[in-house]
Design a protein around this ligand. Sequence first.
Ligand code: FES
Length: 92
Amino acid sequence: MIVCSCNVLSDGAVRGCLGDGPGCPRTPAQVYACLGCSPKCGRCARTIRAIMQNALAGAAIEAGHEAHACATGCATGCSLGKVQPAEEGIAA
Ligand code: FES
């Protein structure tokens, strides 16, 4: 499902960013950057944040669980222990 119509980002692409690595996204803005784009209208930020929170609500992400789609190569060592609260990180 497309969650960001401005950048044509799918929920799967967002989840794909949420692998391991110290540079893994913890804000919607970091998700955009991870996927090689930037926020435009910002309407999708809440949805992206919800996807991030849902991903973190489950069990710890297992190494090698899913192909890592992040263009920044942050695939190792990320705990994804928290998502920044509120709307921090939306401004680009
Ligand atoms: S819908 Fe994502 S920036 Fe506009």
